[in-house]
Design a protein around this ligand. Structure first.
Ligand SMILES: [Zn+2]
Length: 144
């Protein structure tokens, strides 16, 4: 992970070297300020690339899957009295981000609100649904 000598290095006080950054120049893993010479270049790349269609496709797909999930809420019960961890009333996809790392690795991330970060079945359902639609390289982040 150490990329100290890399001319495009990025690092975060919490996560170390070679981190991925978002469009605001924050560390993807912890949300802290990313540092290093590579941050500006990575952020510039994120801003110049046109991800509009990729964002739209992912957002629409997740919204459709949320709609589908409403049809059988009991399927998301985690068992052992945990419930589903989903607040069905306000459940929604709130945003899509693209991230890139200085080694060239990149991906998308869709944030779904009103789901417990510890829920397993709901994000697994969304991930499987995206895979069924041929949408790859997309992470689901659940937030309350
Ligand atoms: Zn970090």
């Amino acid at each position: 992970m150490a990329r100290r000598d890399h001319p495009n290095n990025t690092w975060c006080p919490q996560c170390g070297y070679g981190i991925s950054v978002d469009e605001e120049g924050c560390c993807i893993s912890c949300g802290g300020d990313a540092m290093g010479e590579g941050v500006d270049a990575a952020v510039a790349l994120l801003h110049t690339a046109d991800h509009t269609e990729a964002f739209r496709v992912r957002l629409v797909a997740v919204e459709e899957l949320i709609e589908e999930a409403h049809q059988d809420k009991s399927a998301f019960d985690e068992g052992a009295g945990r419930g589903s961890g989903v607040n069905w009333g306000d459940l929604r996809a709130v945003d899509v981000e693209h991230w890139i790392r200085d080694d060239g690795d990149s991906g998308y991330r869709v944030c779904v609100e009103e789901v417990s970060p510890t829920a397993e079945k709901f994000p697994a359902f969304i991930r499987a649904g995206l895979a069924d639609r041929g949408i790859e390289n997309t992470e689901i982040v659940c937030e309350w």
